[in-house]
Design a protein around this ligand. Structure first.
Ligand code: ADP
Ligand code: MG
Length: 265
């Protein structure tokens, strides 16, 4: 994967392949039972941009990320990353799942969780070298967790666990980062750290896609947004997409006037 390697230096790679969207979803329908969780969804995520996926509980936000990663099988639709079927470019994609969906009791040290981010690169049998450990420590330092390397992951606070999972994603040195509600249940300092790390990824040409819950911070954190509620409601630059009409269509009666006023400034 030459592209991936080239991007690792922090340079933005300019090749024909990079002209293709990091992530393009067409006509995606996913059902768990009878009712679709996603229906005929179209979405495009642009390179070097931080995009938010926004919608109420049960809108299908997590399902969208899971379908992209092949964790759920769509009924129909086409998903491409950098112009390829996703399974062919999985090494360019890092995923931070919703914290609540992770079993935090598994016995693993923080440093080992970060090293897991390099699993594809390390293979199962190759020894972990000093260089790998150093890189894992660098990733922990970027999220302010370098002093916790030997702690058990289960012993950390929610915000600390979220930082470690971000460090694991950084260790993967991906081009496309998918995060599912990374700010849910974390303290303000952690939120600030995570935002800064994501912006630095964006500033070095990586693509960041975040399922985001807090409408009040969308315009501070993101350039683009996708509003969904089973289907796509709106997609585009945040200023164009967050309007009373689209928010009404996405959330129905669930947003009070006061909240709307706050979001729309
Ligand atoms: P969001 O992340 O936007 O809150 P989800 O993608 O988790 O929404 O869920 C979308 C819909 O699919 C919801 O109605 C949810 O109850 C349902 N759903 C999600 N996961 C499963 C599952 N594993 N089995 C059955 N239904 C599910
Ligand atoms: Mg979810």
């Amino acid at each position: 994967m030459q592209l991936g390697l080239a991007a690792r230096d922090g340079r933005i790679v300019s090749t024909d392949e990079n002209k293709t969207a990091p992530l393009a979803v067409r006509g995606l329908t996913v059902t768990y039972g009878e009712k679709p969780a996603l229906f005929a969804l179209d979405a495009t995520f642009e390179a070097g941009v931080m995009s938010a996926i926004i919608g109420p509980n049960g809108a299908g936000k997590s399902t969208l990320l899971k379908a992209v990663l092949g964790m759920v099988s769509p009924v129909s639709g086409d998903i491409r990353a950098y112009g390829h079927p996703v399974r062919d470019v999985l090494d360019r994609i890092a995923y931070v799942p919703q914290r609540a969906s992770v079993d935090w009791d598994f016995p693993a040290r923080v440093i080992d969780v970060v090293l897991m981010g390099m699993a594809r690169e390390l293979g199962l049998l190759r020894p972990i070298r000093r260089a790998h450990r150093d890189r894992a420590m660098d990733c922990l330092t970027r999220v302010g967790m370098e002093h916790f390397a030997d702690r058990q992951i289960g012993q950390l606070s929610g915000g600390q666990q979220q930082r470690v999972f971000l460090a694991r994603a950084l260790a993967q040195e991906a081009d496309l980062y998918l995060l599912d509600e990374p700010f849910a249940g974390v303290d303000a300092a952690t939120e600030k750290t995570i935002v800064a790390v994501l912006k630095s990824l964006r500033d070095t040409g990586r693509t960041v896609v975040v399922v985001h819950h807090d409408l009040a911070t969308v315009s501070d954190y993101f350039e683009r947004a996708l509003l969904i509620n089973t289907t796509r409601i709106a997609e585009g630059p945040v200023a164009d997409v967050l309007t009373p009409d689209t928010l009404q269509a996405t959330y129905g009666g669930r947003l009070a006037q006061a909240q709307l006023a706050q979001i729309l400034g």
